[in-house]
Design a protein around this ligand. Structure first.
Ligand code: C2E
Ligand code: CA
Ligand code: CA
Length: 567
């Protein structure tokens, strides 16, 4: 019921008795006209009527006021309700907006957590998760198998170093795009780190399908990349691991593809399929790594010494210290088996520091006991990895100080490939080493494609001709010519020269005729233990049979090498 209907009801309620009272008074007035009582009755009736009317009017006024108040209150409530509805709407919108933003940021986080920022491809974690279902449903049935391809760009570091990181990044992005284009919907592409990518190839009929796919990838990446108007060529090494029921964990599959990739790199092949022999080798390499760590802790290394000989008079002028590993179960292991692992693990640094100290101590001891020749040289091999270490010069300084060796009696042998790797930096380090008074020799010379323009800037004392040239040098052969040229080069640069790997009297004589001053090789002695070296030092008759008595001092010197030009 509305407000107006209420008022009408109220009016009717009062008007009806009012009418009845008025009618009754009128009847009374007519019947008792001449009667005083009638007059009084009339007055009473009129007064009553007036009272009733006034009460009625007041009542109506009250009701109107109340109705107005009610109306105002109602309007106010309605307005308030409207405001509330608006606020609620606004609140709901806000809520929707923030939940949308939350959803978006969750998506962004999810994407960032699962994708590589540079290429937008799946990252390592996401990629591994995608392998998981393949492994669970994997059978050895044809048509249901899958393959994992692990890819690494070749020489990417060169692009990065020479053209800058921006170009490097662009190359990575473009490689990623090509991989996605070749893969289409046959699999997924991921980027792991740096220049490493992986492709999960679904549903292959047999391994040869993965090989054909790898060939396609290799061809595609081999096409020049046009980056900022510059043509950049690159290639890729691919390791392939085919999924089978033996694999239980995505990491295992990835590990095998990774191992195969390293084989591809090593063998300079575009791709290699993983096999069990690779696995066995990888396991033994890992064992070697673990054993080597222990060996450094337990100091299982021992130095052997190979004499350095003056070819003019066949006198002993020093030793090259060569490391041997006294393995607890395998016995004596030669450096060829472990130096590369020691370098890749960084263990070469603590190992060399101990060896250096022990070689210096040995030289001092022989000197003090009067066994060593006056200007005896102790040659120690220094790896390229070590050369790049900060603090090397300080460590050398303290070893020289602590052992008391005269610095010029210590010689460091650094391979030619090591010095050429990062020539400018190496020159700076070598200069500092030289300032200590230590002598320097370039080892395996002739194998590292030295730039002659650099060579004269190296603060070195000696060139050591690589064994491969000495062992195959015959009169007039190409290697004989190389030996002749290196000797001439050393003389032109005012460096001393030593030939390693002299095994025969013939080689010895040839080197002497060419004017090679020093030599080292099995002809004189194999590398021997410290005890054997002491015996050799004490033996005055050593190598007497090598040099016929009438040949003393015949060394072809002052040969002219007019054909040699230093660039
Ligand atoms: P390298 O520095 O060229 O050392 C000479 C190697 O040639 C030695 O092999 C030595 O035994 C061998 N040799 C010497 N004369 C002859 C010869 O007449 N005929 C033949 N066939 N071989 C000869 P080793 O001791 O097995 O060392 C191999 C390499 O391992 C060394 O080559 C050197 O590069 C590395 N090496 C050895 N000791 C150390 C070390 O303490 N530190 C580092 N960084 N490398 C080392
Ligand atoms: Ca050496
Ligand atoms: Ca050598």
């Amino acid at each position: 019921m509305n407000k107006n209907e209420n008022l009408t009801g109220i009016y009717l309620l009062f008007l009806l008795p009012l009418g009845v009272v008025s009618a009754a008074c009128a009847i009374l007035f007519l019947q008792l006209q001449e009667n005083i009582l009638a007059s009084i009755s009339l007055i009473v009736a009129i007064v009553s009527f007036a009272l009733i009317v006034s009460r009625y009017m007041k009542y109506v006024g009250d009701i109107r006021r109340e109705a107005a108040t009610a109306e105002t209150a109602e309007r106010f409530r309605a307005e308030q309700a409207e405001t509330h509805v608006e606020e609620l709407q606004h609140y709901v919108e806000e809520l929707e907006r923030s939940s949308h933003a939350l959803r978006e940021s969750r998506e962004r986080f999810r994407h960032a957590a699962y994708h590589d920022a540079l290429t937008g491809l799946a990252n390592r974690n996401h990629f591994l998760e995608m392998i998981d279902p393949c492994l669970r449903t994997s059978t050895d049935d044809l048509g249901e198998r899958f393959a994992l391809l692990f890819l690494d760009l070749d020489r990417f570091k060169t692009v990065n170093d020479s053209l800058g990181h921006l170009v490097g990044d662009k190359l990575i992005v473009n490689v990623g795009k090509r991989l996605v284009a070749v893969t289409e919907n046959r699999g997924v592409v991921g980027r792991f780190s740096g220049d490493e990518f992986a492709i999960l190839l679904y549903k292959i009929k047999d391994p040869s399908e993965a090989v054909r796919f790898a060939e396609m990838i290799s061809d595609e990446i081999g096409v020049a990349f046009d980056l900022d108007g510059r043509q950049i060529f690159t290639s890729v090494s691919i390791g392939i691991a085919v999924g089978n029921s033996r694999y239980k964990d995505p990491e295992e599959l990835l590990r095998d593809a990774d191992i195969a990739m390293y084989y591809a790199k090593e063998m300079k092949k575009p791709y290699v399929i993983f096999d069990q022999i690779m696995h066995a080798r990888a396991v033994s390499l890992l064992e070697l790594e673990t054993d080597l760590r222990l060996a450094v802790e337990r100091d299982e290394f021992e130095l052997f010494y190979q004499p350095l000989v003056n070819l003019d008079n066949v006198s002993l002028v020093g030793f090259e210290a060569l490391v041997r590993w006294n393995h607890p179960s395998r016995g004596l292991i030669t450096p060829g088996e472990f130096i590369a692992v020691a370098e890749s693990t960084g263990l070469i640094v603590p190992m060399t520091m101990r060896l250096l100290r022990s070689a210096c101590e040995q030289a001092v001891e022989w000197k003090e006991r009067g066994l060593a020749p006056d200007q005896m040289v102790m040659s120690v091999n220094l790896s390229a990895v070590h050369l790049a270490q900060r603090g090397l010069v300080d460590q050398l300084r303290s070893i020289i100080f602590e052992t008391g060796i005269e610095a010029e009696h210590l010689k460091l042998e650094i391979t030619e490939s090591a010095v050429m790797q990062n020539a400018e930096n190496v020159i700076a380090v070598l200069k500092k080493i030289k300032e200590l008074g230590v002598r320097l020799s370039i080892d395996d010379f002739g194998t590292g494609y030295s730039s002659l323009s650099y060579l004269h800037r190296f603060p070195i004392d000696t060139l050591k001709i690589d064994r491969s040239f000495v062992s195959t040098m015959e009169d007039g052969s190409e290697n004989g010519e190389i030996v002749r040229t290196v000797i001439a080069l050393a003389k032109a640069l005012n460096l001393s020269v030593i030939a390693e790997g002299i095994e025969s009297i013939h080689q010895f004589h040839q080197l002497r005729i060419l004017g090679c001053e020093y030599g080292q090789g099995f002809l004189f002695s194999r590398p021997i233990s410290a005890k054997e070296a002491e015996n050799l030092l004490a033996d005055d008759n050593r190598w007497r049979n090598i040099l016929p008595p009438n040949e003393f001092g015949v060394i072809a010197r002052n040969l002219e090498y007019t054909h040699l030009r230093i660039q």
